[in-house]
Design a protein around this ligand. Structure first.
Ligand SMILES: *Cc1c(COP(=O)(O)O)cnc(C)c1O
Length: 431
């Protein structure tokens, strides 16, 4: 497959943009390829600069639940655009989207809009610290909460030790206030809460971690985190930037029946424009400036174009009572099909899925945490990714990223994807 224009575009980008990309995974480094530059998208399909088309399973990293260029969303943005791009004053569009979010996510009594998931999690943690007057946060290895300093800390040597910075530029002081635990490990969780009870402001967790590939919580695990937070006066923050409006109308918290004190949202909430949000208990949110002492602000927060896109996307979602069942069914069909193809070729693998999120790990599994996710065969993944790309399927470009099905993926796309997988694996076996 010729990618001449993408290669030229990347060379040009590298001369002016650090690393040639504005977000690292886009560089396709994990699969050793040069990034494919896209020109447009429609429904489930992406079109690149060289004239190829791809069935897209990245969906702007999960933001596009309805698919590319959904007519209701593009119409809403075009309408909003005629009135101006930004006012720096409150607009009714913010309350309209907020009302819709509150109606879909019952644990949120008040919220605030920001422009990214990173801002939402950083603000939620500052608010939790301000509210509880405690310094420490608990996070889980392999969970991603944006690129705020407190979150760029991986598990060091053992569950109960303090974290070490994961990126140069994060100070040891910051690392000391972040306790990193392995996901799904109840005794590590209990140990940490016992040791640090009076100083933990919050536990922050992706209820369905999707940033080490998709990993699901063991039965009772989220309930245990909830109980320990309640007992010790720490706040529970569900980072549903990925899972919110993605796995169910009310996110993973609806499916699991566990209610957090605060929730962070992003991706789907903006319908493809930059929107994030954090919200939850009214008494906690009242601590936020201007009502309370915890500062948080944003020049373009609640931007009218972004609010219009989010409102249009969530309105389509809210009005469709069978949407999530259909997404779940499509995703089940796809992962079962992929699994069957891999099994027929004797390739050790395990699949995870929830709603319209899924991962295929090249390891027998089960994958329950970062350590088991890391068992997957990265070389095989890189070859599989490249073979699928050649056959017009754009998968998540790392074994540690989740794939997303949209409402625009129908039987035709599924059939083509499975045929591409069959052909890809046949080609790899022959090579
Ligand atoms: C994507 C993501 C973020 C960061 O959101 P950005 O909009 O990229 O800043 C935070 N948390 C989770 C769970 C995410 O998936």
């Amino acid at each position: 497959m010729k990618l001449e224009r993408s290669i030229a575009a990347f060379a040009r980008a590298r001369r002016v943009i650090a690393g040639g990309v504005n977000s690292p995974v886009r560089a396709l480094g994990a699969v050793g390829l040069s990034p494919v530059f896209m020109k447009s998208g429609s429904g489930a399909i992406l079109y690149d600069l060289d004239g190829h088309e791809y069935i897209d399973y990245v969906m702007s990293w999960g933001a596009l639940l309805l698919g590319h260029a959904n007519p209701a969303v593009t119409r809403a943005v075009a309408n909003a655009l005629t009135r101006g791009t930004s006012f720096g004053t409150p607009t009714e569009a913010e309350s309209e989207l907020a009302e819709l979010v509150l109606s879909m996510v019952p644990s949120i009594a008040r919220l605030r809009f920001v422009s990214s998931g990173t801002e939402a999690t950083a603000a939620a943690v500052r608010l939790a610290r301000g509210f509880t007057q405690r310094p420490k946060i608990v996070k889980f290895a392999g969970c991603y909460h944006g690129h705020g300093d407190s979150f760029l800390i991986a598990a060091g040597s053992g569950a109960l030790t303090h974290g070490v910075p994961d990126s140069p530029g994060v100070t040891e002081g910051t690392a000391r206030d972040t306790i990193v635990l392995p996901f799904n490990d109840v005794s590590a969780l209990e140990g940490a809460f016992e040791m640090h009870a009076g100083s933990i402001a919050a536990a922050i967790v992706e209820p369905y971690p999707g940033n080490m590939g998709l990993v699901l919580p063991n039965p009772g695990y989220l309930q245990r985190i909830r109980a320990l937070c309640t007992q010790t006066g720490a706040l529970l923050i569900f980072d549903e930037v990925m899972s919110g409006f993605r796995v169910a109308r009310g996110g993973a918290q609806e499916r699991e029946g566990v209610l957090p004190d605060l929730t962070t949202l992003g991706k789907v909430i903006g319908g493809g424009l930059p929107v994030g949000a954090f919200g939850g208990r009214a008494d906690v949110m009242a601590h936020l400036s201007p009502e309370g002492p915890v500062y948080q602000a944003g020049t373009l927060s609640g931007n009218p174009l972004a609010m219009a896109a989010g409102h249009a996307a969530l309105s389509v979602i809210a009005a469709d009572p069978t949407l999530y069942d259909r997404l779940e069914e499509t995703t089940r069909h796809l992962t079962e099909g992929l699994s069957e193809i891999l099994r027929a070729r004797g390739i050790p693998h395990c699949c995870t899925r929830a709603g319209s999120m899924f991962s295929v790990f090249f390891t027998p599994g089960p994958v329950t945490d970062l350590e088991s996710a890391r068992e997957s065969d990265r070389q095989l993944f890189a070859k599989y990714f490249a073979a699928m790309l050649d056959r017009g399927v754009y998968l998540a470009p790392s074994p540690f990223e989740t794939n997303f099905v949209s409402a625009s993926h129908g039987p035709h796309e599924l059939e083509r994807t499975l045929a591409a997988a069959e052909a890809s694996l046949a080609a790899l076996a022959a090579a």
